[in-house]
Design a protein around this ligand. Structure first.
Ligand SMILES: [Zn+2]
Length: 219
């Protein structure tokens, strides 16, 4: 039997995904953290990741303007008592919705969470260069808050506990601990790529085509 896992062609970027046999599509869909759909406004601007329930609502409300890619999920509906036929719905990996035009800035600033910060820095401590698991990483303010530093993307880096406490309330220069990379604010497209560990091939191709050439994620 062809499973949904193979149909979806999931790109595994770290999460373990053992092959699943003989599961119903619904069971696959209910796995936490599995497939998400990329929602766009009607002009093709990337809005956000949405789960399959929200995507199904767009289809049901006839709010889908257009889609890209082959259907990647099939949702089973109820069975008609009259006909005995089960209703169903195919969801596409990229969904442009009517009436969702993004009126504000074209490139909104991603929310600065520790998860997003550690993803930007590839889970490396930007002082010692070693890779760490999430619980061992901290948010370091390059210019300390006590010295007027701000809690913004351009002033924060991932740091291990050891380096963070060694640097203490000093600048990198004062501490003699040069940064290995310059902190930056990810673009919205970069944020989309960094915030989903199970990006489908169609979605990744769409997102990468919009990355600026300078992006570290463009490779
Ligand atoms: Zn370190």
């Amino acid at each position: 039997m062809e499973t949904d896992t193979t149909r979806l062609g999931l790109i595994d970027t770290g999460a373990s995904s053992a092959p699943v046999d003989e599961v119903s599509p619904i069971a696959t869909l209910h796995r936490p953290g599995s497939v998400r759909l990329l929602s766009l406004d009607a002009h093709g601007r990337v809005l956000d990741w949405i789960n399959w329930q929200d995507a199904a609502c767009l289809y049901a409300r006839d709010a889908v303007a257009w889609t890209l890619g082959d259907p990647c999920l099939h949702i089973h509906g109820g069975t008609s008592r009259l006909t005995g036929i089960q209703s169903g719905m195919d969801l596409h990996p990229i969904i442009a919705a009517r009436g969702h035009a993004r009126s504000r800035a074209l490139d909104p600033t991603p929310n600065l969470s520790n998860q997003a910060l550690f993803a930007r820095d590839a889970h490396l401590c930007l002082y010692c260069g070693q890779q760490f698991n999430r619980p061992q990483l901290t948010r370091d303010h390059v210019m300390p808050i006590s010295k007027g530093g701000l809690d913004v993307w351009e002033n924060v880096v991932s740091a291990c506990f050891h380096c963070n406490s060694r640097k203490s309330d000093r600048t990198p220069q004062q501490a003699g601990m040069p940064l290995l990379a310059v902190p930056y604010r990810p673009s919205w497209i970069e944020h989309m790529i960094l915030s989903n560990r199970n990006i489908l091939a169609d979605q990744m191709a769409f997102l990468k085509a919009q990355l600026p050439k300078r992006s570290k994620l463009a490779a």
